[in-house]
Design a protein around this ligand. Structure first.
Ligand SMILES: Cc1cc2nc3c(=O)[nH]c(=O)nc-3n(C[C@H](O)[C@H](O)[C@H](O)COP(=O)(O)OP(=O)(O)OC[C@H]3O[C@@H](n4cnc5c(N)ncnc54)[C@H](O)[C@@H]3O)c2cc1C
Ligand code: FES
Length: 274
């Protein structure tokens, strides 16, 4: 990033969409920079979003780098800062600094089949890759998206996921059965095993709760995926975002600068402190 890395730019909230209700509510915020385009980003990068007097939080940029003029963020209500975001109305001013972190090596995946596996709020960090792959459809092989939530109400990006069908195979799941749900009932890793995506010329990209990731990795291995074919993104707690405070370390790595995107081949060598 250029200039003073601690200085947020001003952005205006131009749209708010309620994705998921309840205790673990998720809202998607569309932000427009007050002065010009702000900054460009790559798939998998994050930004520090701030509300004056409440603090700042690291949030994945959930819009595709191919989209200009605004950036989108899906924020789960967790505590002080994220709850303050949930209280905002359209028109509010917030701070934004970034972009932070490395990115998914999307250009290296041209010609490959892409298998996305997301759970809960973990769809947001991989959504820019999905959007980029669908926009540049001819650059990739098959695109398959597995995504699950606790219940149908916990499925985020519901209408956008429906729009993907045709360009991508979309397999949704909920943990426990509910009346009217016609797709898979059970955990995301079980849905993955049932559909058995082939590892040949494929890359798997996964993000979700740590318990889900553990079993997704186990099942990808069972399907024949090698560690080098599996990518994920890590959400260690962060403060500065620029490798200065030591808050986000994973063994010798500061996740804010070395990550958050890792291949499983690299991540499995680090302490499992995420
Ligand atoms: C690289 C990265 C990407 C992220 N992307 C997103 C995203 O796209 N959407 C989103 O909603 N959240 C994302 N997070 C998590 C988000 O940063 C935290 O939920 C947020 O900072 C909590 O701030 P708070 O002030 O609301 O909560 P606090 O008042 O600070 O804490 C409330 C609770 O949340 C827990 N918590 C705080 N930070 C984290 C964290 N980093 N991971 C897990 N639990 C935490 C605390 O332990 C506490 O239990 C990301 C985090 C990182 C590091
Ligand atoms: S957040 Fe400060 S070193 Fe990573």
């Amino acid at each position: 990033m250029e200039g003073n890395s601690y200085l947020p730019q001003l952005a205006r909230v131009v749209d708010i969409h309620e994705e998921v209700p309840g205790e673990r509510a998720i809202k998607t915020f569309r932000l427009e920079f007050i002065d010009g385009d702000g900054f460009s980003h790559k798939c998998g990068q994050c930004a520090m979003l701030s509300i004056f007097g409440r603090g700042e939080s690291m949030i994945s940029i959930a819009s595709s780098p191919l989209v200009h003029g605004y950036k989108q963020f899906s924020i789960m209500r967790a505590g002080r800062v994220t709850s303050a975001f949930h209280e905002l109305a359209v028109g509010a001013l917030v701070g934004i600094r970034g972009p932070f972190g490395n990115s998914f090596p999307v250009n290296d995946w041209h010609g490959k089949h892409l298998v996305f596996i997301g759970g809960g709020c973990g769809l947001a960090p991989i959504w820019p890759v999905i959007q980029t792959a669908v926009t540049k459809r001819e650059d990739f092989g098959d695109i398959t998206v597995f995504y699950g939530g606790r219940s149908p109400r916990d499925i985020m990006y519901r209408s956008e996921l429906e729009k993907l069908r045709g360009a991508a195979e979309v397999y949704l799941s909920v943990d426990s059965p509910e009346d009217g749900w016609e797709e898979f009932c059970g955990f995301v890793p079980a849905n993955l095993m049932e559909k058995e995506p082939s590892p040949e010329d494929a890359i798997a990209i996964t993000c979700g709760p740590p318990a889900m990731i553990k079993f997704v990795i186990k099942n990808l291995h069972a399907l024949g995926f090698q560690d080098e074919q599996i990518y994920t993104t890590v959400e260690n707690k962060m403060k500065c975002g620029i490798g200065k405070c030591g808050r986000c370390n994973l063994g010798k790595d500061y996740v804010c600068t070395k990550g958050p995107v890792y291949s499983w081949a690299d991540l499995k060598e680090l302490p499992q402190e995420y």
